[in-house]
Design a protein around this ligand. Structure first.
Ligand code: FPP
Length: 266
């Protein structure tokens, strides 16, 4: 007789994972919180609350799988155009989550970084972001990048301005500007580009997220709304990623992103 195992689904999918080809950096557009709340006859805010508990599970599971960096889109530069009640709810939620979770994240050896222009946030919230980064900065096992007031185009304009300033001051010559120099001025300069982008809720766009960094990332889109995304859904995304033939514009499949610079465009 077959015994019923409550974790059967996860176990089955885990067996299909190639542990030697786990994506090292996953970026996530956590979409569908609002719709999930409304579909349940609840508020959009319920969806955001549930979204936080899903994120906690996904962080823990990612770390367990050997993923090194998770970069999540928590608040875009465009999210300010939402009704002020929702914007305020989200800002309060960030503060609540940081107060409640930062010690646990630290105990799990997770480094937390905030990526984006933090200047429009209240001084209190900015201090929470800085405090969270300071508490966790020594952790090496896993990094959680939280993109807050982040916009890809804004990031590229920021880099262009810095390069223009350096050129005018004579620190560099315009002809010296190359990809490496450009990359070194991105907000993500400490990390290798994402291997995999996951977007939930079925939308097929990247919504101003990591425009430079996603150039060669594999993209996985699922109809599942973020509040229903679970460990099993992450495994499905990784299995799908592992079935891809990553060529970085070249001909042969390569498993290591660092090889991309040696391959030709195509
Ligand atoms: C997208 O769903 C989700 C957001 C804009 C917010 C996500 C934020 C969290 C889960 C909190 C993370 C907090 C920390 C501190 C890491 P949506 O509202 O766009 O959903 P919709 O497409 O259904 O409207």
């Amino acid at each position: 007789m077959k015994l019923k195992n409550p974790t059967n689904k996860i176990t089955d999918l885990s067996l299909k994972i190639d542990k030697l080809r786990i994506p090292q950096h996953i970026a996530v557009i956590m979409d569908g919180n609002g719709r999930w709340g409304v579909n349940k006859g609840l508020s959009r805010s319920h969806g955001h609350n549930k979204g936080v508990s899903v994120l906690k599970n996904i962080i823990k599971f990612s770390k367990k799988l050997g993923i090194k960096v998770l970069t999540v889109y928590a608040f875009s530069t465009e999210n300010w155009t939402r009704p002020s009640e929702e914007v305020n709810f989200l800002l309060n939620l960030f503060e609540k989550v940081l107060n409640k979770e930062i010690n646990e994240l630290n105990n799990e050896f997770i480094k937390v970084k905030f990526i984006g222009d933090l200047s429009p946030f209240s001084e209190n919230l900015r201090n929470k972001f800085i405090e969270a980064e300071n508490i966790t900065h020594h952790n090496e096992q896993f990094t959680l990048n939280v993109c807050t007031n982040y916009g890809g185009r804004q990031e590229l304009v920021k880099v262009a301005k810095e390069l223009a300033r350096k050129s005018i001051s004579g620190e560099i010559k315009p002809d010296q500007i190359n990809e490496e120099m450009f990359e070194s001025l991105l907000l993500t300069s400490d990390f290798q580009d994402p291997d995999l982008l996951i977007r939930t809720s079925g939308e097929k766009r990247i919504s101003n997220f990591l425009l430079w960094q996603l150039a060669y990332s594999e993209i996985y889109i699922t109809d599942v709304l973020w509040p229903e995304f679970d460990e099993n859904e992450l495994l499905k995304a990784i299995i799908d990623y592992q079935s891809r033939n990553r060529r970085f514009g070249g001909i042969k499949s390569v498993s290591n992103q660092s090889l991309k610079s040696s391959l030709s465009f195509g």
